[in-house]
Design a protein. Structure first.
Length: 202
């Protein structure tokens, strides 16, 4: 009788126990050891973008992440530098307008005091040239996504051990992620007209 009672209780408890799916995300198993999957979040893909993705797809997304991170780092430092009162010398156009005569941030591109449209077109053209002709793996010798050395700086890179190389790549990746959040925050606060420490009034 006691045995039957205990078995009954066990069966009842089992009915309310969490179901063990037994299926682990393919993306988690495939990419949980990749660079960037680190504490405190580990492998973080809440939208499931990498579910069933190939290594080629992951490398493409990682390349895009690194590139955006590099751009964001330049953008964030550019904001700090410009809002600190620093400007290039000389005129920005044939009319004699100085670099300092234009506002900071998004206001320099959009709004009543923005740079002329032809000036914006020149900036976009220059970025396009960099994107297609300079900042690319045109020698197809990249060792990892985002490696745009194209055979240069070999001595400086090869002096590090494999562990040090991974650590430096992780630092760049994390700094890029922080910069993407930072420049987005500055853009939002600029539209809100906020005051930000170090940067000042936006």
């Amino acid at each position: 009788m006691k045995t039957a009672l205990i078995a009954s209780f066990a069966a009842t408890a089992a009915a309310f126990a969490p179901v063990q799916n037994g299926k682990v995300s393919t993306a988690l198993k495939a990419f949980e050891s990749e660079l960037g999957a680190q504490p405190p979040l580990g492998f973080f893909d809440p939208l499931g973008i990498l579910d069933g993705a190939s290594q080629e797809r992951f490398d493409r997304l990682r390349y895009v992440e690194i590139k955006h991170g590099r751009i964001a780092q330049l953008a964030f430092l550019g904001q700090i530098w410009a809002r600190g009162g620093n400007r290039l010398d000389g005129p920005i156009d044939y009319a004699g307008d100085s670099f300092g005569s234009y506002p900071n941030g998004l206001a320099a591109l959009f709004g009543p005091e923005a740079i002329p449209k032809l000036g914006l077109a020149q900036i976009i053209l220059f970025i396009g040239i960099l994107e297609t002709c300079v900042m690319t793996d045109w020698t197809e010798s990249a060792e990892f996504p985002g490696d745009l050395r194209n055979g240069t700086f070999q001595g400086a890179w090869d002096q590090w051990s494999d562990q040090q190389k991974l650590q430096k790549r992780a630092v760049e990746l994390n700094n890029g992620r922080a910069a993407m959040m930072g420049i987005l925050g500055l853009m939002v606060h600029e539209q809100l007209g906020s005051w930000v420490p170090i940067v000042g009034q936006l």
